[in-house]
Design a protein around this ligand. Structure first.
Ligand code: COA
Length: 240
């Protein structure tokens, strides 16, 4: 059912779709079957919502990155967003242009996902998580509430990132301007687990299956299956 007070500019709409009052769906949007778009959600041009997707109130999908002339890095993007079947976009989440989300993935309330981001299937991006530009996130990943993923970083499959984890991509803290060559976030390999509130410095690799203790500051590569903790993080043992 399309509510008479919804603004719907596209005609590419599958069967059994619900669009609530005051939702806005722009032209050139593709909507599969059994999609639910709640009140005050905004679906911008170039967005494709596969079957069974649900977009909660106030979410914006397909936001164009606009730097207002203030950003050191000029946003690079294509005007396309694909949300895979049965995925869900939480209330007030903002998904920028040029984002791909797999199937059965959850974007939590108030999360922000910037351009050039790929998110796999059965992955959870928790409440108020920020995923910055040009980030790859694998399948069955969990990123818990209020964590912050830096631009230019990679996260493998089956990774667990606890709440309040911070990552970084620029050791010069902006003093040398922006270049893709020196602004590089961490790489977190498959099955790694990052403890509550840990901080990962730029351009390090957390090896497959490694564990980073709560509150650690990781300044160097962590070998596969290692357990590290402390400030700076030190290897304490291998995973049993
Ligand atoms: C790193 C971790 C996995 C180590 O677990 P463990 O091997 O069972 O360690 P233990 O509890 O036996 O502690 C061993 C020692 O390390 C210390 N320690 C444990 N975790 C620590 C941490 N994160 N930072 C600094 N020291 C830590 C303990 O105080 C203990 O010190 P002691 O020998 O002087 O008494 C665990 O402590 C941790 O940080 N888990 C993350 C929890 C989390 O963030 N969960 C989020 C999801 S809810």
């Amino acid at each position: 059912m399309i509510h008479p007070l919804a603004l719907v500019e596209t005609s590419q709409i599958g069967g059994n779709v619900t669009i609530d009052a005051f939702a806005v769906v722009r032209s050139d949007v593709l909507i599969g079957s059994n999609v639910i778009i709640h009140s005050h959600a905004v679906i911008e041009q170039g967005v494709q919502l596969a079957d069974g997707v649900e977009v909660f109130p106030g979410a914006v999908v397909g936001k164009e990155p606009k730097g207002a002339g203030a950003l050191s890095r000029k946003p690079v993007f294509e005007r396309i967003v694909r949300v895979g079947a049965h995925s869900s976009i939480g209330p007030n989440a903002v998904i920028y242009c040029d984002v791909q989300i797999g199937e059965h993935s959850l974007i939590g309330d108030g999360a922000s996902v910037r351009e050039q981001v790929q998110i796999g299937s059965q992955t959870v991006i928790g409440r108020c998580v920020t995923v910055n530009y040009n980030v790859r996130i694998g399948n069955r990943v969990k990123i818990m509430d209020h964590s912050w993923m830096a631009g230019n970083m990679t996260i493998g499959d089956d990774v667990f990132i606890s709440g309040g984890v911070l990552t970084s991509n620029d050791n010069q803290i902006g003093k040398k301007g922006y270049s893709d060559a020196h602004v590089v976030g961490p790489t977190i390999k498959d099955r790694a687990a990052i403890g509550l509130g840990a901080k990962l410095l730029p351009n390090i690799t957390i090896g497959a299956g490694a564990v980073v203790g709560a509150g650690a500051v990781v300044t160097k590569d962590v070998p596969a299956n290692a357990v590290v903790m402390g400030i700076p993080a030190k290897l304490v043992r291998m995973v049993e």
